[in-house]
Design a binder for this molecule. Structure first.
Ligand SMILES: Nc1nc2c(c(=O)[nH]1)N[C@H]1C(S)=C(S)[C@@H](COP(=O)(O)O)O[C@H]1N2
Ligand SMILES: [Mo]
Length: 235
């Protein structure tokens, strides 16, 4: 039941495609599709967020659903899942999937912005705040950065201050369904205030560090900070 089922995923994708195609320009890429919506882009450009920033960062266009951007998947089975919370903490711990579900949950509609210029608005993410995990792990004073660790050595890095913001979470559900394999099943990071590469899929660990450690994309020419509103795309 937890196994990745390509036929089922394709059927779902076909249905989303038919629903979405009514509203925008269909773009095919790498055997996948996405729907650029001029209407949603225009609407988003007219909106201002609570913090005064425009809803849509500069240079972005709205698509209707997350586009799978690839990467080397981890084991999607919740039964095998382990999340390690460790580093500059007094009480490191590991969680299984059921234990993660037993922690206080947060459900938030959040926008995400990919450096390749697509944005998805108001996706509903459910999971556990990084702040919640940090509190349980009892941070040492020396903790200043968070390193998200994922399958096959993928990492991303943000400052502790950014990681403790209430919108930053480890998510296991998207729009009312378990996370699909392509999007990081069973658990991924969601860091909506930065370009989407910071949101590590197939998350295996959260490591608190006393120093910054540029991650996979940050050591391959992309910005270390990655603020979409400042268009911090490349280093
Ligand atoms: N483990 C892992 N996480 C990852 C990546 C990856 O290659 N491996 N790619 C990143 C990039 S570049 C983006 S844009 C987003 C894409 O997420 P999506 O495929 O769910 O749209 O995941 C990020 N997280
Ligand atoms: Mo990306």
């Amino acid at each position: 039941m937890n196994r990745f089922n390509p036929e089922f995923e394709q059927a779902l994708a076909r249905r989303r495609f038919i629903q979405a195609a009514a509203g925008g320009t269909v773009i095919m890429a790498l055997g996948s599709f996405y729907v650029l919506s001029d209407d949603l882009t225009r609407e988003a450009k007219a909106q201002t967020r609570g913090d005064g920033r425009p809803r849509l960062p500069p240079g972005q266009r709205v698509i209707q659903a997350l586009k799978p951007m690839g990467g080397e998947p981890g084991d999607p089975s919740p039964g095998n899942y382990r999340l390690r919370v460790h580093g500059e903490v007094d009480a490191p711990f590991e969680l299984g999937f059921a234990e993660l579900l037993a922690l206080p949950q947060t459900e938030q509609a959040l926008d995400v912005h990919c450096v390749t210029t697509w944005s998805v608005l108001g996706a509903k993410w459910q999971g556990v705040r990084v702040a919640e995990l940090a509190e349980r792990a009892k941070l040492k004073k020396s903790a200043r950065y968070v390193i998200f660790e994922a399958a096959h050595g993928y990492t991303s890095n943000i400052s502790l201050r950014d990681a403790l913001k209430p919108t930053v979470m480890v998510a296991h559900r998207l729009n009312g369904a378990p996370l699909a394999r392509a999007h990081g099943a069973p658990v991924r990071a969601v860091v909506p205030e930065f370009y989407f590469w910071k949101s590590a899929k197939w998350l295996t660990g959260i490591r608190f560090s006393n120093h910054d450690e540029p991650g996979y994309w940050e050591t391959r020419g992309y910005s270390n900070h990655a603020d979409p509103w400042k268009e911090e795309r490349y280093a």
